[in-house]
Design a protein around this ligand. Structure first.
Ligand code: ADE
Length: 303
């Protein structure tokens, strides 16, 4: 097994002692960082993903890594395709059977593929919407029905930087924007049951080995650096600390909110460049008779 990874947190190590969390997609990238920090803080964690071999390997690695810090916390893993209603129901019920309760749900599982919108086939579109939107909804609903409705709880949805649209990723942009809205609806509907629901939107400049492997190279990340006000890439641990904050009592009066973790990049710049073109010429007012007619209608000179 590889040498252990250092795990750390700015929060006190007993913050989540004896709590129980589900983290979907908790074996890789941002999800893995969230799992590690939760375990470090004393939380027992169930991680779930569609790819069981990769998840099992990652779970073994995380168990090994957490041992020097906390040998009492439990990490369980199980296969779950979040698009499948029955498998989601099973994820929640199995977690309750194994741990006896549920305090936190982190909806991090998701996926997409880069493509111009015009080339996305219906099957690909539906797959991305079902994973990122429907899967998140199913996990929220089942956690609520099986536990949170009676006992309260905290949900954090991981979305994306889609604030200026998401060119080349229009499917996931649409799904993530919908989860931002779902977050608000659930925060209101479930407030009276003691459930807080928030989202975290990592910027595209959060570097993870998983994301770099998906892109086929780390080069794309380096091209982002000048577009980030911090002039550096973000780390998955900087997303995880925000998630832990929102799960914690420090955020007890925060619900229905989405926190961007992007160092202000979404306010500052776009990763997208529009090619030179002249396909949108200036509007010509001279030849437009409807404008002249409207001017006549609005003539209130009283003459
Ligand atoms: N990660 C990416 N796609 C997923 C899915 N359908 N279910 C669970 N985790 C996933």
């Amino acid at each position: 097994m590889a040498a252990s990874t250092k795990i750390s947190s700015v929060f006190r190590p007993s913050l989540f002692k004896d709590k129980v969390a589900i983290v979907t997609g908790g074996g890789t990238g941002i999800g893995k960082a969230i799992t590690q920090e939760l375990l470090f803080l004393g939380c027992n964690v169930m991680i779930a993903s569609r790819n069981i071999e990769r998840l099992a390997h990652s779970a073994d690695q995380i168990r090994n890594d957490i041992k020097p810090y906390n040998s009492r916390v439990r990490l369980e893993h199980m296969q779950c395709n979040i698009r499948n209603e029955e498998q989601v129901q099973n994820l929640i019920s199995t977690t309750l059977t194994k741990f006896g309760k549920l305090d936190f749900l982190v909806n991090n599982g998701g996926g997409q593929f880069p493509s111009p919108a015009a080339d996305i086939r219906l099957k690909g579109w539906n797959a991305v919407i079902e994973t990122n939107l429907t899967g998140t909804f199913l996990c929220c609903r089942e956690a609520y029905k099986q536990w949170f409705e009676e006992h309260g709880g905290v949900i954090v949805n991981i979305i994306a930087d889609m604030w200026k649209g998401f060119p080349m990723m229009s499917h996931t942009g649409a799904a993530r924007a919908a989860v931002d809205n779902l977050t608000k609806s659930l925060a209101i509907e479930w407030a009276d049951k003691g459930v807080r629901v928030n989202s975290v939107a990592p910027g595209s400049s959060i570097y993870s080995e998983t994301a770099a492997a998906n892109y086929g190279s780390a080069d794309i990340f380096n091209s982002y650096i000048p577009k980030v006000p911090a002039q550096r890439l973000g780390r998955v641990e900087e997303v995880s600390s925000c998630v832990c904050y929102l799960l914690s009592p420090a955020a007890s009066f925060i619900s229905g909110e989405t926190v961007k973790v992007d160092a202000g990049a979404s306010l500052y710049s776009t990763m997208w460049t529009i090619p030179d073109h002249n396909k949108l010429p200036a509007y010509s007012w001279d030849n437009d008779s409807s404008v002249a007619a409207a001017d006549d209608d609005n003539d209130d000179s009283g003459g």
